[in-house]
Design a protein around this ligand. Structure first.
Ligand code: M6R
Length: 359
């Protein structure tokens, strides 16, 4: 039941702080240590490489997860689009471990990969929101997202839940292997900061409603740009805008713009820069300037510690590995309000189904 909300999507965006708290409650002990199935951790510890597989938003959550696993566990991690992996399998390492990300647990493209993984006798984990779903039943292990039902076709809280759970799992795995970075990563404190941070963004949503009107209502296209984790979020931000507001949007590695795509920038093209990583903040800012010089209207999403005078959306600081949990939220709201202002059916965009059970 969506209660007083006009659409499920807004309700589900609003639920994200609670989803963060719920995951901490389910997967962390009273002292803030991860509580994860020992067998699962042992299987993962034996792996020489992690393969994350997913589609759409779940694939995007995997891109962030790969950074978390590599940073906190030092295990090389690859991320693959399930429909590609199914028919063009990369050369696997000697001891692969597979993680399937799927909100519904029913995505046919991902299942096709899991069938092959099982046939080869490799171990796997499904991270899903739906208990007893196909991908959950057929994988060796399951971790549930506990996000509550996600009804809107556009995935929001499942994305943030997937990333938060990947972070908890990476922390657990890294710690069990005595990785110092993992030991120092205070997941409980961070998830608390993330929950209050998301709430602060939601509380200031009227600003995003105005921006959606000003920048997106009458544009045929838009660009989200960023580097590293900010690029991963750009892909997700663009998908959200495309699928519910029908604005042609691209998520772009900001350094790649000058290698071709900048030719598309015209007077008034919205370019949104996501700037949350200290190492690349200055570079992305220069890339934004380059688009502005060609007429782009720029919006910046950044963190308190990296903020400059004219920035538009300023996110509270959290560990740099977890900034996607915050930076995605304004982009969800921008997509929501654009769709709403266009009078579209936010929850049921054309041509799409909530779970895609055909290949
Ligand atoms: O249920 P899944 O997470 O496996 O679904 C994967 C995609 O179909 C899904 O994330 C899709 O991209 C969403 N509509 C995006 O908002």
């Amino acid at each position: 039941d969506k209660g007083t909300y006009p659409f499920y999507m807004l309700k589900e965006i609003d639920e994200q702080p609670n989803v963060m708290r719920k995951l901490a409650q389910v997967y962390l002990s009273e002292t803030g240590e991860p509580v994860i199935n020992e067998k699962l951790l042992n299987s993962m510890k034996q792996a020489d490489r992690i393969y994350i597989v997913g589609a759409g938003t779940s694939y995007h959550a995997g891109l962030v997860g790969a950074r978390l696993f590599e940073n906190l566990t030092q295990t090389p991690t690859e991320v693959h689009i399930s429909s590609e992996f199914a028919y063009e399998q990369p050369i696997l390492s000697k001891k692969p471990f597979f993680i399937f990300l799927s909100q519904s647990g029913e995505t046919a493209d991902s299942r096709e990969v899991l069938v092959n993984v099982n046939a080869a006798n490799y171990e796997s984990l499904t991270i899903t929101n739906v208990q007893n779903s196909t991908l959950s039943r057929e994988a060796t292990y399951t971790l549930l997202l506990h996000a509550g039902p996600e009804i809107a076709v556009a995935s929001t809280k499942a994305y943030t839940a997937q990333i938060a759970l990947e972070a908890i799992l990476a922390k657990a795995l890294g710690e069990s292997d005595n990785q110092i970075v993992a030991q120092r990563f205070n997941i409980r404190q961070q998830l608390g900061l993330v929950a209050t941070g998301i709430q602060a963004i939601i509380d200031a949503k009227s600003k995003l409603e105005d921006m959606a009107k000003k920048y997106f209502l009458n544009t045929p296209n838009a660009f989200y740009i960023g580097r590293s984790l900010d690029w991963s979020v750009s892909l997700e931000a663009a998908l959200k805008l495309k699928e519910i507001s029908y604005v042609q949007a691209e998520g772009f590695a900001s350094g790649e713009l000058k290698h071709g795509t900048i030719a598309l920038i015209e007077d008034g093209t919205p370019v949104i820069g996501i700037i949350t990583q200290a190492k690349t903040a200055g570079l992305t800012r220069s890339n934004l300037q380059e688009t502005m010089a060609r007429g782009a209207k720029i919006i910046t999403i950044t963190t308190e510690s990296l903020a400059k005078k004219d920035d538009d959306i300023i996110l509270p600081d959290v560990d740099e590995l977890l900034t996607p949990l915050l930076s995605v939220v304004p982009t969800q709201l921008l997509a929501y309000y654009t769709s709403l202002n266009k009078g579209l059916d936010v929850d049921k965009p054309r041509n799409l189904a909530k779970s895609v059970t055909v290949e």
